[in-house]
Design a binder for this molecule. Structure first.
Ligand code: DGL
Length: 276
């Protein structure tokens, strides 16, 4: 159990992508403690089956609850798409916040009715995205693209290398050709590539990252349940990874300036263990 003021916000992703959500949560709720879990033993989730991802999501939820989390933020579009509903059903007393590609704000803001979405294959196949496409697909054209290799590039810290720029140019060219004026970042890894993406799509395309809205929703849920800590002292954060701790340490410092503790945890069959 952690010693931080309760409740602690448990956040997870396949890797460092969810840190784009973590930094918004910390910006909006600077006194709330967090537990961040990067399942780097299994990154990327994108090409994996829904069943496998659901299994990971359940075990990670058990792990974060055991470590003291009072709310779970699924800071991964891929895991949210397949696991959010089953998680809510399996843990009726736990508040969950999930990600979905920000098609709604894009549909509201577009001037020419053309919206682009980049995400993983599993996100596009999931029910959450299908519902969004059904709901908004009549009013706007929704153009989708998967971007193989981008998650790995962010995990490696290659944010603005020639290789990553080429991956992005190749991925975005067909979307730009359709004339979109909104581009939804449908994977939490992509906001770390935002400056490069904005250079490629140019000033006429608005780039939308749902992280601020997800952090606001987390705050709303905490307040509704009267769970937001009234502490005004420094918040306690702990990061876990199922991969090498030194790797997450390095990347968390580079991506979000996190200098705190990183603890390794290990998969034992379907369970996550830590020795801390
Ligand atoms: N960051 C994740 C997402 O939002 C997962 C990407 C992956 O592991 O493929 O979809």
């Amino acid at each position: 159990m952690v010693n931080s003021p309760s409740p602690t916000i448990g956040i997870f992703d396949s890797g460092v992508g969810g840190l784009s959500v973590w930094r918004e949560i910390v910006r909006q709720m600077p006194h709330a403690g967090t537990l961040y879990l990067a399942d780097q033993a299994h990154v990327p989730y994108g090409p994996r089956s829904a069943e496998e991802i659901l299994g990971f999501a359940r075990s990670i939820t058990d792990f974060l609850l055991a470590q003291g989390a009072g709310i779970i933020v699924v800071a991964c579009n891929t895991a949210s798409g397949v696991a959010l509903r089953p998680l809510r059903a399996a843990y009726p007393d736990v508040p969950f916040v999930g990600m979905e590609p920000a098609v709604k704000p894009a549909a509201e803001q577009t001037h020419n009715g053309r919206v682009g979405v980049i995400a993983t294959p599993t996100t596009f196949q999931g029910t959450l995205f299908k519902q969004l496409a059904d709901r908004f697909g009549h009013d706007v054209e929704i153009h989708t693209r998967i971007c193989p290799g981008l998650v790995a590039a962010v995990e490696a810290g290659d944010l603005d290398t020639p290789g990553t720029r080429l991956l992005l140019e190749t991925c975005l060219a067909p979307l730009i050709a359709t004339g979109i004026d909104q581009l939804v970042l449908g994977c939490t890894h992509y906001p770390f590539l935002r400056p490069t993406i904005e250079r490629i799509v140019g000033p006429d395309v608005a780039v939308i990252d749902p992280a601020p809205a997800v952090a606001r929703q987390t705050g709303r849920l905490l307040r509704k349940q009267d769970l937001l800590s009234h502490d005004t002292g420094p918040a306690h954060h702990t990061f876990f990874t199922s991969g090498p701790a030194a790797r997450l340490h390095r990347m968390a410092r580079t991506l979000v300036g996190y200098e705190g503790k990183v603890t390794a945890c290990t998969w034992h069959g379907a369970e996550l263990w830590t020795t801390r």
